[in-house]
Write a protein that binds this ligand. Structure first.
Ligand SMILES: [Zn+2]
Length: 412
């Protein structure tokens, strides 16, 4: 059977088995499928193994060994640049371990590599000597936060994203879907960049046997971030279930021009940044938080808030993100001209059924968890967010809240 036929056959089988999500990339002489269950495991079949892939899918439920037979570099032998092949190469654990270009998995250029926080941003907010806290609690100067990158990615699609985002940040407002997409790609780049850097740094410099801060395999958990970033390489059609794009992004005007702040949540895969007059919060959740409230906590997106209020909003989104109890399946496809990123279904992790008979997508809101997080990000006492006597949740946003709590806050 021709390769095209195999691709379509596998596609059909995967679509029929909703537990699977899949990605495919086709080139002139090869076709790569990547299948995932949930977001953790990751299997690949090169063209010669496609028929066995079909067989495997037909006997779904059987334990499957991770198949690393790859047939060589996914980028070679192709006269057309397939984004999905580049994507596969960028998230390849061996490429991450061997410090290949973080954006394409190819040979990196010599020199410092790509600044995760670009130089224009460091200059604009005077960050060169400021430091970011890593997962192990150590601090790294922003100027030292670089990852391996090749000149083609650095000067090509990445620099295109930077110039768009620079304009948005100078303007201080988000104006329509193209801005949202540029910011989503940029936040994805920063998120992936921090994590890739952490795979290269020792957890404890005094004890190398403890390994690195982040295991290279963990980057696979952030594959959707990498895909959102890669979509800048080619005209992309997004078919998303909850909004225009397969991520959640909320933005706010900040009532001061100055200042930079960042907070992240690895469990919830969320990142918030205050960039002068603009605050942005991004969640790699396929857009599930949009479903809980398209304008974020209390429906305040786009309003003017103080830096402290923005930090509270970030704490709310981070908390919600860490309570996520579902993921998505995707059916992505690509032609030489277009990439299509298509969400198929929402898949619950725990299959908890709610009182109304619906499947749980977020675990119940947890005020104590929120208060701990809000206290850490705002550097205010926990009692500001949780009454120590009544245990009632409190907020710094009372001057802005006009609506009753939505799903976002109550989130049954
Ligand atoms: Zn590259």
């Amino acid at each position: 059977m021709a390769m095209q036929g195999y691709c379509d056959q596998i596609a059909m089988h995967v679509r029929q088995r909703s537990t699977w999500s899949w990605r495919s990339s086709r080139s002139n002489n090869r076709c790569t499928f990547a299948l995932r269950m949930g977001s953790a495991r990751h299997f690949r079949w090169p063209a010669p193994l496609m028929q066995s892939a079909v067989n495997v899918l037909q006997t779904f439920g059987r334990p499957i060994e991770r198949d690393r037979v790859d047939g060589g570099n996914a980028l070679s032998g192709s006269t057309v640049n397939y984004v999905m092949a580049t994507f596969e190469s960028a998230v390849d654990v061996d490429n991450i371990r061997s410090r290949q270009c973080f954006a394409c998995g190819g040979k990196p250029s010599s020199g410092v590599g790509e600044h995760v926080f670009p130089k224009w941003l460091q200059t604009r907010f005077d960050l060169f000597d400021e430091r970011l806290t890593l997962q192990n609690g150590t601090l790294i100067p922003y100027r030292a936060l670089t990852v391996s990158c090749c000149a083609k990615c650095n000067n090509g699609f990445l620099s295109g994203i930077e110039s768009k985002v620079q304009t948005i940040i100078e303007r201080g407002t988000v104006d329509g879907d193209p801005d949202v997409l540029s910011l989503g790609r940029w936040m994805s780049k920063i998120f992936v960049g921090i994590l890739v850097k952490e795979t290269a740094l020792l957890l404890d410099r005094k004890d190398p046997s403890l390994g690195h801060i982040m295991a290279a395999d963990f980057i696979g958990e952030f594959a959707n971030c990498q895909l959102i970033l890669q979509s800048a390489r080619k005209p992309t059609l997004f078919c998303s279930l909850h909004g225009k794009f397969p991520f959640s992004l909320f933005w706010y005007r900040i009532d001061t021009e100055r200042g930079f702040d960042i907070s992240t949540d690895i469990v919830g895969q969320s990142i918030a940044m205050r960039l002068g007059a603009l605050g942005i919060i991004f969640v790699n959740d396929g857009g599930l938080q949009l479903n809980a409230g398209v304008d974020g906590p209390f429906g305040l997106q786009g309003l003017t808030v103080t830096p402290l209020q923005f930090n509270e909003l970030a704490a709310r989104v981070h908390t919600k993100a860490s309570l996520r109890d579902a993921t998505h399946s995707y059916a992505n496809s690509e032609t030489p001209e277009h990439l299509t990123i298509e969400q198929q279904d929402v898949h619950p992790y725990t299959s908890t059924i709610l009182a109304g008979g619906e499947m749980q997508v977020f675990e119940p809101w947890n005020s104590e968890m929120f208060a701990v997080r809000a206290s850490r990000i705002t550097r205010l006492d926990e009692s500001v967010f949780l009454d120590p006597v009544t245990r009632h949740e409190m907020t710094l946003l009372t001057n802005l809240i006009t609506s009753k709590p939505s799903d976002f806050e109550q989130c049954a």
